[in-house]
Design a binder for this molecule. Structure first.
Ligand code: SF4
Length: 333
């Protein structure tokens, strides 16, 4: 049984300009201990897809369709008669089963509480540990994520730490309840390259040690290269390609994936010169294209791409891609 199973998720947002179809028919599975990277440009639906699943959509957002199972349990909003019951259930569920790491650690850390309080209180709320046991575990976690002199620093406030150190503290808090799933949304985007690599290494070590599953949401394919076992590429609210890290890096099939790969610096090259950004802009999800969402930016687009959405093609076991180039029925013109 998969740890997380998402079937046919559709999420919309009501805005003054109309209804934004942010996530369109997304399905995927995540196994225990697996790391899945969700990669796409901003506005591709990657974060909203995740927030739909974990019950953190903004007020104007709504899961219109879809079913999600976590460890076999149905956690879809449609499984609850009243929104209040769903919200209460999800609050408890997030605290017990999953941990979240966001781009800006300060959206998570409370600026007026000492690190000790922020680490120890969730453990007291969600486990039967005593305060002493929780403090001991807090010190152990700070040590694990590389905070020097944890006995002294546990008594400090978030502003006394650098950005990279704050992100390490968020990771320590995230791990305090041994979550089955860690969700990291652009966790290293605000950090410089060296600190970025260190934070990714910490998440990777902890994942291996605790056997937690990880979902890493990022716009940067380079970030998922080391950490993720499988990668889903999102575009225009859909998963357009999903496969193992090897499938995506060495055998990409979707022209958008190929474009993203051309945007990653190759350390062995004279890299600045080899980076080629994808020309054009993402589709307007107020009025999503009826054919392939990538059609306006695709160098390989054919006539059929404009009017008909490509179906999912199984390239090899677990490697799927939605592109007419893989469909024998498509007329090449
Ligand atoms: Fe390009 Fe057509 Fe494939 Fe879309 S379906 S990515 S437009 S070739």
């Amino acid at each position: 049984m998969a740890l997380l199973e998402v079937n046919n998720l559709k999420t919309v947002f009501k805005t003054d300009a109309g209804t934004v179809q942010a996530v369109r028919n997304v399905s995927f599975k995540l196994e225990q201990g697996e790391a899945l990277g969700i990669v796409g440009e901003s506005g591709s639906g990657k974060s909203q897809m995740m927030y739909s699943i974990i019950g953190l959509l903004a007020e104007n957002g709504k899961v219109e369709e879809g079913q999600f199972f976590f460890d076999g349990q149905d956690i879809s909003p449609s499984n609850f008669t009243h929104k209040k019951d769903y919200d209460n259930f999800m609050r408890q569920f997030r605290g017990n089963s999953m941990a979240m790491i966001f781009q800006d650690p300060m959206t998570f850390l409370n600026p007026v509480l000492k690190i000790e309080t922020q680490l120890v209180e969730p453990m007291l709320n969600h486990t039967d540990m005593t305060r002493e046991q929780a403090k001991e575990k807090a010190l152990e976690l700070l040590k694990k994520v590389g905070i020097p002199s944890p006995e002294k620093r546990i008594n400090q406030y978030p502003f006394e730490f650098s950005g990279g150190m704050r992100q390490r503290i968020v990771i320590a808090i995230a791990l305090a309840n041994n979550p089955k799933l860690i969700i990291a949304d652009e966790p290293t985007t605000a950090l410089d390259v060296t600190i970025q690599a260190q934070v990714l290494e910490i998440i990777d070590d902890l994942k291996k040690e605790s056997n937690s599953a990880v979902i890493m949401i990022t716009h940067d394919l380079g970030v998922v290269a080391k950490l993720c076992d499988r990668i889903a590429i999102m575009y225009g609210g859909k998963i357009v390609e999903i496969g193992t890290d090897k499938d995506i890096f060495y055998n990409p099939k979707h022209p958008y994936t190929e474009g993203l790969l051309r945007c990653i610096a190759n350390p062995e090259d004279d890299n600045e010169k080899t980076l080629t950004p994808i020309a054009g802009s993402p589709p307007d999800l107020l009025n999503p294209p009826k054919g392939c969402p990538f059609v306006d930016r695709c160098e390989k687009a054919m006539r059929i791409c404009k009017d008909f959405a490509p179906e999912v093609t199984e390239v090899s076991e677990g490697h799927q891609c939605s592109c007419w180039l893989l469909d024998k029925r498509a007329v090449r013109e």
